[in-house]
Design a protein around this ligand. Structure first.
Ligand SMILES: [Zn+2]
Length: 125
């Protein structure tokens, strides 16, 4: 994966660590939320409480892949992450459109069930 600057949204070649334009630290890939952070509609509902950014990203990607428009709403202020974590029990929420809420909920339930099954050892009677 090529490194990215989140500020300028510029792609760099392998080996670069900092953006030459703004000096920001480069990330390995552009998080999907950067594209649609501003697109949270008023008729969107929180369908999933994400304990951390990774689960929010994984869940929203999964929903988008399943044909549901999912947007991440973070409640954390990155600069004060440690403090914010104490104020909010969750990192943020995954939002979906109201008319896709039920479908999203079912998909998430199925997804979660599959995830936990994969982690568990096969049970034997
Ligand atoms: Zn930059």
């Amino acid at each position: 994966m090529a490194p990215f600057c989140l500020q300028c949204r510029t792609e760099y070649r392998e080996g670069f660590r900092r953006c030459s334009d703004c000096g920001s630290e480069l990330v390995d890939s552009l998080p999907p939320e950067a594209d649609n952070r501003e697109e949270i509609d008023s008729d969107m509902l929180p369908v999933y409480d994400a304990p951390d950014q990774m689960s929010a990203l994984v869940l929203s990607t999964f929903l988008n892949d399943s044909g549901i428009r999912a947007v991440i709403k973070s409640e954390q202020i990155p600069m004060y992450d440690g403090v914010a974590m104490m104020l909010f029990p969750r990192w943020g929420q995954v939002m979906v459109l109201e008319d896709q809420y039920e479908k999203a909920k079912i998909l998430i339930d199925e997804y979660m069930a599959g995830e936990s099954l994969e982690e568990e050892e096969p049970q034997q009677e």
